[in-house]
Design a binder for this molecule. Structure first.
Ligand SMILES: *Cc1c(COP(=O)(O)O)cnc(C)c1O
Length: 294
């Protein structure tokens, strides 16, 4: 999907202090398709093709990066796609769902209650679909995410940091990193206490399990919650560094990096690789003009 080398951006505003910060700009892979989603989906698509399935089916909300990425990736791979969307069909579709449809995804809306009964939904659709879990959680997703570090020519970072939803991306980074490196996941869900266990379940090399830290302090009230303090920070960061972030994942990730540096979570001279996992398309849910970039 991308022919340019992925940019690694040095960040050097005053809050970085004596910590060397670099950002892997997966957001630049595609304006709508989240960088990490693209990696997580690769092997699911390959498996679907190998098993002779022509349609990938998966789940998501109205602003889901995962749904639109699945729609796009399937089109590129010559597969059909079906999206099960949480909530009744609205009068006007979100830009995300419009994009997903434009990429050829068929959408089926289900009530919030029904949405959580995933097995029943799957059974109702029958055998010809290849189901991918919400957010691409699973071993194959982890294996795909492990490929993210192949983009980094000189991986000499003491820490690799990413935002976490399902933790699949973090698991891939743990799997692909060296023994002396430490991975840090910033969860964007409130009270997601099972996340570390869910990550460990995907890290197949047992000697690499637990070689990461999950930080729970930067969800800003919960999934997709974006208080004014977060939006202000995202605009500040943009002015300071030219780095655009999204309200669900990467704005919170970068805030966490800044705050953890201030709290001396890292040691002087540490070198951080911050994974910008994309997600910028979700900012379209905000009223126009909220952010100074888009
Ligand atoms: C989905 C997503 C994540 C979370 O990835 P997980 O592998 O589910 O933890 C992070 N950042 C962005 C931009 C995403 O779209």
């Amino acid at each position: 999907m991308y022919d340019q080398p992925i940019q690694i951006q040095r960040l050097n505003p005053p809050w970085c202090r004596n910590i060397h910060c670099e950002v892997l700009r997966l957001d630049q892979i595609h304006p709508v398709v989240s960088g990490n989603k693209w990696f997580k989906l690769r092997y699911y698509l390959a498996d679907a093709k190998a098993s002779g399935c022509s349609t990938i089916a998966t789940f998501g909300g109205a602003w889901s990066n995962h749904l639109v990425a699945t729609a796009f990736a399937c089109r590129e791979a010559g597969l059909r796609s079906l999206g099960i969307v949480r909530g009744e069909a609205p009068a006007a579709l979100s830009s995300t769902l419009r994009d997903a449809m434009a990429y050829g995804m068929e959408l089926v809306f289900v009530s919030r209650t029904r949405f959580h009964q995933k097995d029943e939904i799957k059974n109702g659709f029958g055998q010809e679909y290849f189901w991918v879990d919400e957010g691409g959680y699973g071993i194959r997703g982890m294996e795909g995410a492990a490929g993210i570090l192949d983009l980094v020519p000189e991986n000499n970072y003491s820490h690799i940091i990413c935002a976490c939803g399902t933790g699949t991306t973090l698991a891939g980074l743990v799997q692909a990193s060296a023994q002396w490196q430490h991975c840090v996941g910033i969860t964007v869900l409130k009270g997601h206490t099972s996340l570390a266990a869910e990550v460990n379940r995907l890290v197949v090399e047992t000697n690499k399990q637990n070689r990461f830290t999950v930080v729970h302090d930067y969800h800003f009230g919960g999934y997709a919650k974006h208080p004014p303090e977060l939006l202000e920070w995202m605009n500040d960061l943009w002015r300071q560094t030219g780095l655009p972030t999204d309200i669900v994942y990467t704005g919170k990730l970068l805030f966490a990096v800044k705050d953890l540096i201030q709290k001396q979570f890292f040691d002087s001279g540490d070198k951080l690789l911050i994974i910008h996992s994309g997600g910028l398309q979700g900012n379209r849910s905000l009223p126009e003009g909220t952010l100074e970039f888009s």
